[in-house]
Design a protein around this ligand. Structure first.
Ligand SMILES: Nc1ncnc2c1ncn2[C@@H]1O[C@H](COP(=O)(O)OP(=O)(O)OP(=O)(O)O)[C@@H](O)[C@H]1O
Ligand SMILES: [Mg+2]
Length: 288
C-alpha cells in the first residue's frame, strides 16, 4: 500500500503542520471562514414582521462540510442568503475569511462574493435558452475576463463535472442531474473557497442526488468549504457536522458519527460513473 498523502492543515495559531491521512479523514482546520454572531433577520411584509432568524451564532471552519437542516420556514434559506452575502442581517455581525462584511457597500459585497463564494440552488437557476458553456461562463463575464479565457475555464469546469460532451446543450436538453452539474460548474468556475448549496438535491431523483453529493464531497476533499441546506437526513449525513434550525434559532449542532460517502453509495448502486469514480479518487486523497 502506498503512503497516505501529507495534507497541510492549519492549526490554531495559523501554523502549518503536515498531518498524514486520507482526505476523507482530514481534520478540519479550526480557522473559521464564516463567523456569524447573534444574527437576526426580520422581514416586514404588508406591516407584518416575520422573524426569520432570531440570534444565530455559528462558525463554519475552513475545509468543513456542514449540513444545515430544519423544517420549512425555519430560516435555512435566509441564513444561506446572509452567509452568501446576498442579503443583510437586521442585526448581528457576519465575518467572511476574517473580514467583517456587515458594513460593506453593495459593490464591496459583490467583490467578496464573486471572489470567494459559489452558489448552487435547488432550481439550478440556469439561463434557459443558453448552452451549458455560456451558462458557466457567465460569472467570468462579470469578473471581466476575455472571451478566450472564459471559454477555456468554463470548458474545464464542465469537464470537471463530467459534462465535457454537453457544452452546447441548453438546460431543457439536459437531465435534472446534468443541469445541477452545470450549476456546480458555474459555482466553481471562479475558484471560490466556499460553496453554498441550498437543497441541491431537492429536485433530483435519488441517483442524481447521490452524484451531486459525490461532487460536493469531492470539492470538499480538495479543500473547499461546503455548506449544504437540506431537509433530507441522509443528504445531511454526507457532511461532517449538522446544524439544525428551528424557528430561526440553532437548536442542535453536532458532528456526524455515521457519515455517508456518496462514492461508496454509487459503487453499491453499481453506477461507477465518471463523477462517482472521481469521487472515489478524491476520497482516497487523489487530485480534484
Ligand atoms: N422576502 C421575504 N419576505 C417576507 N418573509 C420572508 C421572506 N423570505 C422568507 N420569509 C419568511 O421567513 C421565514 C424563513 O424563511 P426561509 O425561506 O428562510 O425558510 P426555509 O427554512 O428555507 O424553508 P424551506 O425549507 O421551505 O425552504 C419564513 O417564515 C418565510 O415566510
Ligand atoms: Mg429554503
Amino acid at each position: 500500500m502506498t503512503a497516505e498523502p501529507s495534507i497541510p492543515v492549519r492549526i490554531d495559531g495559523g501554523e502549518e503542520e503536515a498531518i498524514a491521512g486520507p482526505a476523507s479523514a482530514r481534520p478540519v482546520s479550526s480557522r473559521a471562514v464564516l463567523e456569524l454572531r447573534d444574527v437576526t433577520k426580520a422581514y416586514v411584509l404588508e406591516g407584518v414582521v416575520v422573524h426569520a432568524l432570531c440570534g444565530v451564532t455559528l462558525d463554519v471552519n475552513e475545509g468543513e462540510m456542514l449540513s444545515i437542516m430544519g423544517p420549512s420556514g425555519s430560516g435555512k434559506s435566509t441564513l444561506m442568503h446572509i452567509i452568501g452575502l446576498l442579503d443583510h442581517p437586521t442585526s448581528g455581525t457576519v465575518g467572511v475569511e476574517g473580514e467583517d462584511v456587515v458594513g460593506m457597500s453593495a459593490n464591496q459585497l459583490a467583490a467578496v462574493r464573486n471572489k470567494r463564494i459559489g452558489f448552487v440552488f435547488q432550481s439550478f437557476n440556469l439561463l434557459a435558452r443558453t448552452g451549458a458553456l455560456a451558462n458557466v461562463e457567465l460569472p467570468l463575464v462579470y469578473a471581466g475576463l476575455g472571451a478566450a479565457e472564459r471559454s477555456r475555464r468554463a470548458r474545464e469546469a464542465l469537464e470537471g463535472v463530467d459534462l465535457g460532451d454537453r457544452l452546447r446543450h441548453t438546460p431543457s436538453q439536459l437531465s435534472g442531474g446534468q443541469q445541477q452539474r452545470v450549476a456546480i460548474a458555474r459555482a466553481l468556475v471562479t475558484s471560490p473557497s466556499i460553496v453554498l448549496a441550498d437543497e441541491p438535491t431537492g429536485n433530483l431523483d435519488s441517483r442524481s442526488g447521490i452524484e451531486v453529493m459525490a461532487l460536493l464531497q469531492r470539492l470538499n476533499a480538495a479543500g473547499i468549504t461546503v455548506v449544504v441546506v437540506t431537509h433530507d437526513a441522509n443528504v445531511a449525513r454526507h457532511g461532517q457536522r449538522i446544524v439544525e434550525l428551528r424557528d430561526g434559532k440553532v437548536v442542535r449542532d453536532a458532528l456526524v458519527t455515521d457519515r455517508l460517502f456518496a462514492s461508496d453509495e454509487l459503487v453499491q448502486l453499481g453506477m461507477n460513473t465518471a463523477a462517482g469514480a472521481d469521487a472515489v479518487g478524491a476520497k482516497a486523497g487523489g487530485p480534484a
